[in-house]
Design a protein around this ligand. Structure first.
Ligand SMILES: NC(=O)c1ccc[n+]([C@@H]2O[C@H](COP(=O)([O-])OP(=O)(O)OC[C@H]3O[C@@H](n4cnc5c(N)ncnc54)[C@H](OP(=O)(O)O)[C@@H]3O)[C@@H](O)[C@H]2O)c1
Length: 317
């Protein structure tokens, strides 16, 4: 089978496709024929060799996908199985979730990691209430488009940010009430829109370039949820500044916490896939490539040229 390896930590150029024997399932594992692989920012960190993402030299990269269990044909999806950029994976049974009828496997692969992230952000990190204003940064991205829809689904309002007008159009189509193109002035804009009060929550996957302004966008006791750092890590925070800004809360969450048991994974992923099946969550697949296109997919993701989800399709290789 084909699989995508990184021979050493580095840029997209270290990704290579090789022909290798099928993986051997161990205890509690099954062999899965992979239909679609999700490309995620964490794969960039894995490729760069950053702990805890890196798996060591000569590893097959990636963690997300959907496919069919060899022998039984069961349709399954996953978000935490190492070695997912491959035509077949040996997957622990308790990391697989069933895909409902009516949800195509590529859509399921696209919904898993970013959908479960969007879901815990709106339900757990800050439970969005009717009428709340939320700032959603990079709203045309994989997490951003899903998050915008889920905030609206709970009756909240969204001020989105994007880098281009084309991306802003996608954020509006996902339900954003307003969009700031270029990130400048989003704090002032959400204050205006909320009648002077400020946002109940800022969902920030961008980090370095947006974090400080985000603190000034929040209402008293508002929540800054820094779930990613696409532009780099924010400057260290002076904790006492949270008092000055109005007794704020800051969280740096990670999906692993919210899917740490098989039950939590199944509950969360099941809820996301059910929303997709019911037509209440639209999953945008921005682009797909064969496995040999992994390098290009990483270049595009890091170069801000993607919208929605990027998939690899091993069967197209
Ligand atoms: N904590 C968690 O549980 C969790 C789970 C999943 C993902 N994440 C994180 O969430 C973030 C978004 O992930 P995603 O997969 O949905 O990616 P994405 O949003 O589809 O892509 C990243 C977007 O970030 C924006 N961006 C702003 N400044 C950037 C810069 N300097 N370089 C590159 N991009 C920049 C770009 O949108 P514009 O062009 O519109 O600015 C870009 O398209 C990532 O940081 C990821 O690590 C965290």
């Amino acid at each position: 089978m084909q699989a995508v390896f990184y021979e050493r930590p580095g840029g997209p150029e270290v990704l290579t496709v090789r022909e290798v024997p099928d993986p051997e399932p161990g205890d509690g594992e099954v062999l899965v024929d992979v239909e679609a692989v999700g490309v995620n920012f964490r794969d960039v960190y894995e490729r760069e060799g950053r702990p805890p993402y890196a798996a060591g030299p000569s590893a097959v990269i990636g963690v997300e996908g959907a496919g069919t269990v060899a022998g039984t044909g069961e349709r399954v999806a996953w978000l935490d199985v190492r070695g997912s950029y491959a035509a077949r994976v040996a997957a622990p049974r308790d990391k697989l979730v069933p895909v409902p009828d009516g949800v195509p496997l590529d859509v399921a692969a696209a919904a898993m990691l970013q959908g479960c992230t969007a879901r815990y952000l709106v339900a757990d990190s800050y439970p969005v209430a009717e009428g709340d204003w939320a700032v959603v940064h990079s709203a045309a991205g994989g997490v951003g488009l899903l998050l915008t829809q889920l905030v609206r689904d709970r009756g909240g309002h969204v001020l989105a940010t994007t880098s281009t007008e084309e991306k802003a159009e996608l954020a509006r189509a996902a339900g954003a009430d307003d969009v700031v193109v270029g990130y400048d002035g989003f704090a002032e804009r959400v204050r205006e829109l909320s009648g002077g009060e400020g946002a109940a929550v800022v969902y920030d996957g961008v980090g370095r370039t947006t974090f400080a302004a985000g603190l000034t966008a929040l209402r008293p006791t508002g929540r800054m949820i820094v779930y990613g750092a696409a532009s780099g890590q924010p400057e260290p925070l002076e904790v006492h500044s949270l008092a000055t800004h109005g007794s704020l809360y800051v969280q740096r969450p990670t999906l692993a916490t919210y899917t740490r048991t098989p039950e939590m994974l199944r509950e969360r992923a099941g809820a996301v896939l059910d929303l997709v099946a019911a037509g209440r969550l639209d999953v945008r697949i921005g682009d797909h490539h064969p496995l040999a296109g992994a390098r290009r997919a990483h270049e595009d993701l890091e170069g801000r040229r993607t919208t929605g989800k990027i998939l690899l399709q091993p069967q197209a290789s």
